[in-house]
Design a protein around this ligand. Structure first.
Ligand code: FPP
Length: 234
């Protein structure tokens, strides 16, 4: 089965660059090529949502020069990928603590989101200045302000309206969630690969989808119950 929503922790850009004797930013630039390749393959594979963890709340603590370069790269990519979005009917979204982003970057994001809001293909969600704990805290505050327990808690998360991820991929051999979609990954399948993000392209993505298709998701039930449910729905 094809997952409806795939989330990716794009890791290993710095190490990829270091292996080649280059500056870390070189890895981030090459990583944007993987972003395009994976977005295009997600369209081809019929995935509805592709979530990319591009910059965490914790990433603000990186050396200032790297933060500046990453923010510049985000703005550049958003402007340059407009044709990719149009060609592939992609709806573009940014989720995160946008109050920490510059006014210029926020303006570019707003423009790209408004310009692609009517697109009906893949929804590409880029997580910027995001952390799972930040999201839960801001949702709890908003929920309380709305007079909790009015409404469902998840409707106050920054990801409201986006289904929970079916599959979470992390590249570069690290096996942890690093404060990404903490609430949303309750029943998500995890896939780890040693491949560094700049080398993660169509074939590597396809391999992850094949592995996902071979798993049985039980959501707390027994294997027999799931087999029965599958037979009943045939
Ligand atoms: C992790 O590698 C990667 C990042 C913190 C940045 C991800 C950004 C991009 C791929 C570029 C732009 C993205 C979009 C959506 C246009 P790392 O720096 O942690 O690598 P390391 O673990 O090897 O040091």
């Amino acid at each position: 089965m094809t997952p409806k929503h795939v989330a990716i922790i794009m890791d290993g850009n710095g190490r990829w660059a270091k292996q080649r004797g280059k500056e870390r930013i070189f890895g981030h630039y090459e990583g944007t090529e993987s972003v395009r390749a994976c977005a295009e393959y997600a369209v081809e594979a019929g995935i509805d949502y592709l979530s990319l963890f591009a910059f965490s709340e914790e990433n603000w603590a990186r050396p200032e020069a790297e933060v500046t370069e990453l923010m510049h790269l985000m703005a550049k990519s958003i402007l340059e990928e407009k044709t990719t979005f149009e060609k592939n009917n992609i709806r573009f979204m940014v989720v995160g603590n946008r109050s920490r982003l510059s006014a210029d970057l926020n303006r570019d994001i707003d423009e790209a989101m408004a310009g692609t809001s009517a697109n009906t293909g893949l929804t590409l969600v880029v997580f910027l200045s995001y952390s799972g704990r930040w999201d839960i805290e801001q949702a709890a505050a908003a929920w309380a302000a709305a007079g909790a327990p009015q409404g469902r808690f998840q409707d106050f998360l920054a990801t409201a309206g986006i289904p929970d991820p079916d599959l979470l991929i992390r590249t570069s051999g690290e096996q942890r969630i690093s404060n990404f979609l903490l609430w949303q990954c309750a029943y998500t399948e995890f896939y780890f690969t040693d491949t560094f993000w700049p080398d993660f392209r169509k074939n590597q993505f396809r391999q992850a989808l094949d592995e996902f298709a071979s798993r049985q998701r039980r959501f707390g039930k027994t294997g027999d119950q799931i087999t029965q449910e599958n037979n009943d729905s045939k």
